[in-house]
Design a protein around this ligand. Structure first.
Ligand code: NAG
Ligand code: NAG
Length: 390
C-alpha cells in the first residue's frame, strides 16, 4: 500500500467516523471470491432502456464519457407486447397464488416449456423472443460503435431498464440475456427501472467515489431526499411515476401508471385551439399527483414528445399549485439545459452509468488483498480509488 493510499484511507475513515449518528459505514464487507481483472475493471458499461415505443442504448466509457448510441423503434410485435405488459405488474404476471386447478396446470406447463426452450437454446417464451429481437438491435448498435474500424467486439454485460409499473423481473430479463449470451450486470442485489435510471441519467443520486463502498455510502447518505415525478411522453404513451429517493437506487415506487390513450399519436390537431388532448394530459398528471398525496420536489422528463410546448404548458397547469415555486422552476431549467436527445437517451445513459459502476465498483463484496495487488501491479489508485491505466 502506498503512502498516499494509506493517508487517503485514514482520511476517509476519519471523515466517516466524525459523522456521529445516522450514517454507519458498511463493515465488515464480505470478500470477493475472485479478483476482477484489469480488463473487467476498465471495460465500458452498457445500458439498454426498454420503453413503450422504442428501445435506446448508451455506453459509459472508463474515462467517464457517456455516449448515446442508438434508438430502435419497436416492431409491431414489440409495441403490442409492451401495451399488453402495461396492463400488468410483476405480481399479476407472477401471482403468489393460482386459484384454479387448470391455472396451476397451465402454470407448470409454461414453466417446463420455458426450461425446455432454454435448454435447447431457444427463447424461453414468446415475450423473450420479442424482447430479444429488440435487445439484439440495440446490442448490434453498441458493438458497431465499440468496434468502429477495428475487429468486432461482442459485449458481455449489460443493464436493462424497464418501465416502473411493468417492472420486468430478473428472471424475465435474465431469459432475454441468457438467450443472447450476455450477463445481466444488474441482477442481484437490486433492479433498475426507468425512473431511477432517468434520475441517474441526468446525473442525480450518484456518489462520486463509487469504487469505495464506504465513502460512496457516506456521500449517498448526504444526498438530498427527493420525491420525484417522472414523466415519460412518447407517441405511444404517457407514463407517470412518483418515487422517493436519495441515491438513484431505492426499492419500489409510490405510484406508476402507463396510459396508452395519452400517447402523442392520439393528439388530434383537428381539436383546434381548445386542445382537448392536452387538457386530458393536464388532468391526468394533476389527478395522479394529488392521488399520491406526496409533495413533489423534483421533476424528471424523458421521451420524444416532452419538448412540445403544449405538453410543457399542460404540466405547468397541472402542477402549478401542487409543487413549490422553486421546483416548478426546474421545469423551465430542464427544458433550457437539455436538448431533445437527452430526453430520449437519459434512461439508457443512467443504465449505462449503473452498469459501469456494477462492473468497476465493489458491489456485493470488498476487494480482497489480492485485488489490491491487481491495482498496484498494473496501475495506481487515483484519488477516488478507481484505477488508472498506464
Ligand atoms: C473517452 O473514450 C471514448 C472512447 O474511447 C472517446 O470517444 C471519448 O472521446 C473519450 N472522452 C474523453 C473526454 O477523453
Ligand atoms: C380528475 O379528477 C376529477 C375530480 O375527481 C375528475 O372529475 C376527472 O374526471 C379526473 N380526470 C382524469 C383525467 O382522471
Amino acid at each position: 500500500m502506498s503512502i498516499t493510499t494509506l493517508l487517503l484511507s485514514i482520511l476517509s475513515t476519519l471523515a466517516i467516523t466524525a459523522q456521529g449518528d445516522g450514517y454507519h459505514p458498511i463493515c465488515p464487507l464480505p470478500i470477493c471470491k475472485s479478483c476482477p481483472t484489469m480488463q473487467q475493471l476498465t471495460q465500458p458499461g452498457i445500458g439498454f432502456a426498454l420503453g413503450m415505443e422504442y428501445g435506446t442504448a448508451a455506453i459509459r466509457y472508463h474515462n467517464k464519457t457517456i455516449q448515446s448510441v442508438i434508438q430502435v423503434q419497436g416492431s409491431p410485435a414489440y409495441l403490442s407486447l409492451m401495451l399488453d405488459l402495461s396492463h400488468t405488474t410483476q405480481h399479476t404476471r407472477f401471482p403468489d397464488e393460482i386459484p384454479t386447478r387448470r391455472g396451476k396446470l397451465e402454470y407448470v406447463r409454461a414453466r417446463l416449456q420455458r426450461l425446455a426452450n432454454k435448454a435447447l437454446g431457444r427463447p424461453a417464451n414468446a415475450q423473450t423472443a420479442v424482447m430479444a429481437e429488440m435487445i439484439t438491435q440495440l446490442k448490434t448498435g453498441v458493438e458497431d460503435t465499440l468496434s468502429a474500424g477495428t475487429s468486432r467486439a461482442g459485449i458481455t454485460h449489460a443493464v436493462i431498464s424497464s418501465p416502473d409499473s411493468i417492472h420486468l423481473t430478473s428472471e424475465e430479463l435474465g431469459d432475454v440475456l441468457d438467450y443472447l449470451k450476455v450477463t445481466n450486470a444488474m441482477a442481484e442485489p437490486d433492479d433498475l427501472f426507468a425512473a431511477s435510471a432517468a434520475y441517474a441519467g441526468f446525473g442525480h443520486g450518484l456518489c462520486a467515489t463509487y469504487t469505495n463502498p464506504d465513502v460512496c455510502g457516506y456521500e449517498e447518505y448526504n444526498l438530498p431526499y427527493q420525491r420525484i415525478l417522472h414523466l415519460d411522453f412518447t407517441d405511444k404513451a404517457l407514463t407517470t411515476t412518483i418515487k422517493g429517493l436519495k441515491k438513484w437506487m431505492s426499492w419500489g415506487v409510490d405510484a406508476s401508471v402507463i396510459v396508452a390513450e395519452l400517447g402523442y399519436e392520439h393528439n388530434n390537431d383537428d381539436d383546434g385551439p381548445s386542445d382537448l388532448f392536452f387538457d386530458r394530459i393536464r388532468d391526468h398528471i394533476r389527478n395522479f399527483t394529488i392521488s399520491t398525496k406526496y409533495r413533489i420536489t423534483e421533476l424528471i422528463f424523458t421521451g420524444t414528445r416532452v419538448g412540445d410546448q403544449r405538453f410543457k404548458d399542460a404540466v405547468s397547469a397541472a402542477l402549478r399549485d401542487l409543487v413549490a415555486d422553486d421546483t416548478m422552476k426546474t421545469l423551465d431549467d430542464a427544458f433550457r439545459a437539455h436538448d431533445e436527445p437527452d430526453f430520449v437517451f437519459a434512461t439508457a445513459k443512467g443504465a449505462a452509468e449503473v452498469a459501469k459502476r456494477r462492473l468497476e465498483g465493489p458491489v456485493r463484496c470488498k476487494w480482497s488483498k489480492d485485488c489490491k495487488n491487481v491495482g498496484q501491479s498494473k496501475g495506481e489508485s487515483d484519488k477516488d480509488g478507481s484505477m488508472e491505466l498506464k
